[in-house]
Design a protein around this ligand. Structure first.
Ligand SMILES: C[S@@+](CC[C@H](N)C(=O)[O-])C[C@H]1O[C@@H](n2cnc3c(N)ncnc32)[C@H](O)[C@@H]1O
Length: 201
């Protein structure tokens, strides 16, 4: 259940904040770097954590809406990444009821979040994400494969199922790339990732 996951992130926030911040966004986004928007764009980072990636996109001139439901992570991000180009929103998948009031975005990022949604939530979420992606816009999803932390439940995810689901709401595949985990502990536990870049037709 989403509330269990969010409680797990809140309970572990002191440990997770430095771990999230230690990751290089430039390294993380290498699988899709060449297809990211090259001109200032509207970006939403959903499940933004501490806003590490939001800040990286803002530094490149984009206007970023960082969506993060866990207070401890969102407040840490607001404190660390002060920028006039980042707005923060307390909202959550799958409904994204506040984000839905915004005009569509050029780029939506859902990085390391999809594993926390079950199949029913994914079906709702993908349709909301489609509504929030402008024509020709891009959705970047990173899918986590492998076991999760005991206090942050995960559901198995297959790239093929995600692509099938995304196709039903008008996304087409631009890029699919498997990567190893950047965090040594996760890598040792056999965690790996699939990056998907999807274009809204
Ligand atoms: C593994 S962390 C990744 C954070 C950030 N994207 C990054 O790469 O550092 C997962 C994030 O998703 C958030 N999250 C979990 N369930 C969510 C939901 N249903 N809607 C939005 N965010 C969620 C968590 O609070 C956490 O910040």
């Amino acid at each position: 259940m989403t509330s269990d996951v969010l409680r797990g992130y809140a309970d572990s926030s002191a440990e997770l904040i430095p771990r999230f911040e230690a990751i290089s966004s430039a390294d993380l986004f290498k699988p899709v770097a060449d297809i990211l928007p090259g001109t200032p764009s509207r970006v939403a980072d959903i499940g933004a954590g501490t806003g590490r990636d939001a800040a990286w996109f803002a530094q490149q001139g984009h206007d970023v809406l960082a969506v993060e439901p866990v207070d401890a992570l969102r407040l840490a991000g607001m404190e660390r990444h002060r920028s006039s180009k980042i707005r923060w929103l307390n909202d959550r998948l799958p409904a994204l009821s506040l984000l839905r009031r915004e005009p569509p975005f050029d780029l939506l990022i859902v990085n390391a979040v999809w594993q926390h949604l079950d199949d029913a939530e994914r079906r709702i979420a993908v349709s909301v994400l489609a509504d929030m992606t402008g024509a020709g816009g891009l959705l970047i999803l990173s899918l986590r494969h492998g076991i999760g932390a005991p206090n942050r439940p995960v559901h198995a995810v297959r790239a093929e199922d995600t692509l099938d689901l995304a196709a039903t709401v008008g996304f087409r595949l631009l890029r699919q790339q498997k990567t190893e985990s950047m965090q040594p502990g996760n890598r040792a536990a056999g965690v790996y990732w699939t990056w998907l870049a999807l274009r809204m037709s």
